[in-house]
Design a protein. Structure first.
Length: 175
């Protein structure tokens, strides 16, 4: 069989369209895998505990430092619970926001950055919704746009998307 665009009795246009379909299918699969990876990493991060403040650890003697690290692993609520709890203090929400910022700064790829942003903005949303306190220098309009965008992603869990929607409404009223 000679090498020509007429293989399988397809025209050049039909061959091009077939190739285009295959490439689009492959791209859709990659997008789905990326969304799944984002969702899994976000859920893992929300299930983890907020790390101990490094400055606090440095101020402790070595014996207490190791004990503090051990106690931290068995105490405290996971990040997801803290972000959804109206009783979480604004000082702790600020720490979570800073933690999200640190995660984003040290992120190795787009997926890790997106998850860090989700944590970062969830802390800001919690402070607005639960305490009527703005812990960000972003304008209400900018925050509204960020919350709205995040709430529409499929990889964001429903409870977190709900928090973003409440914060979006809050910002709309303030703007």
């Amino acid at each position: 069989m000679k090498d020509s665009p007429k293989k399988f009795d397809l025209s050049i246009e039909q061959s091009t369209n077939l190739l285009k379909l295959a490439l689009e299918s492959n791209q859709n699969k990659k997008t789905q895998d990326t969304e799944k990876d984002r969702a899994e990493l976000l859920l893992d991060t929300l299930a983890s505990k907020l790390p101990v403040n490094p400055a606090l650890l440095e101020s402790l003697p070595a014996v207490l430092r190791s004990l503090s690290e051990e106690l931290q692993s068995v105490s405290g609520l996971p990040l997801g619970k803290l972000l959804q709890n109206s009783k979480t203090k604004t000082t702790l929400l600020r720490r979570i926001k800073d933690f999200g910022k640190e995660l984003g700064t040290s992120a190795n790829d787009e997926i890790e950055r997106d998850v860090a942003l989700a944590i970062y903005f969830a802390a800001i949303a919690g402070a607005l919704v639960f305490h009527n306190v703005k812990i960000s220098e972003y304008s209400y309009k900018q925050l509204e746009q960020s919350f709205e965008t995040l709430s529409k992603h499929d990889w964001i869990p429903p409870n977190l998307a709900g928090l973003y929607r409440k914060a979006c409404k809050y910002c709309r009223q303030k703007a």
